[in-house]
Design a protein around this ligand. Sequence first.
Ligand SMILES: C[S@@+](CC[C@H](N)C(=O)[O-])C[C@H]1O[C@@H](n2cnc3c(N)ncnc32)[C@H](O)[C@@H]1O
Length: 225
Amino acid sequence: MARGVVECRPWVGRMKLDPLERWFVNSPMRQAMLALVLRWFRAVLPLNPGADILEIGCGAGAGARMLAEQFKPRRLFLTDIDFRMVSLTQKRFSQGSPSPARLCVGDAARLPFRSETAHAVFGFGFLHHVPAWRDGLAEIHRVLKPDGLYYFEEYYPSLYQNFITRRLATHPKHDRFNGCELRKEFAKVKLDLRCTLELKRFGVLGVGVKMGRKHRSSDGGACLL
Ligand SMILES: C[S@@+](CC[C@H](N)C(=O)[O-])C[C@H]1O[C@@H](n2cnc3c(N)ncnc32)[C@H](O)[C@@H]1O
């Protein structure tokens, strides 16, 4: 195992990205997309420096590196179910980073973190890979501190399971989400959807808030979903 990577659950690490998607998440195109996504996140709900941040499904670490540079977190936790991805992220961080990261192999549906650990959770295109995505959302709520923020970028089945894409990349097939299912599940796990930017039949960017003293439940008026 690579130095600095903790295998939190020995039984995970079996689900791998297809070669095509693995190539894509390592590509400059994905890097440019992530930069735009982060710019939107920062514009709609900024996060103070010094926060404890968790990124789930960190992939090869391109987003994680930007989080370290742009948000200057106190602690940065990174996790992915695929050990190879965690190793790539670790390599990226070992080449010099503004803040150290703690890496771990883990499943979003059973996060290996204590409750109320993070001021913010980031998920760049990972939740639609999780068969038990509803458990994943409940876990995100659990590990967030009160008033904590969940920044997410997600895709819909019409993009990743259409006639062409279903031959190119493998994704879970059952119990998938569009905006409607996502909104209902956010409400169920008590994450308040604050800002969303949705491209119908494509995907969505958004920020959910765990209710606390600072953030009271919104009436949904700010949600575009
Ligand atoms: C499309 S890639 C995105 C990678 C990276 N976040 C990015 O934006 O480039 C999805 C990532 O989610 C990870 N993943 C899939 N299922 C997961 C699970 N149950 N728990 C944690 N990570 C998971 C995959 O291994 C993969 O690295």
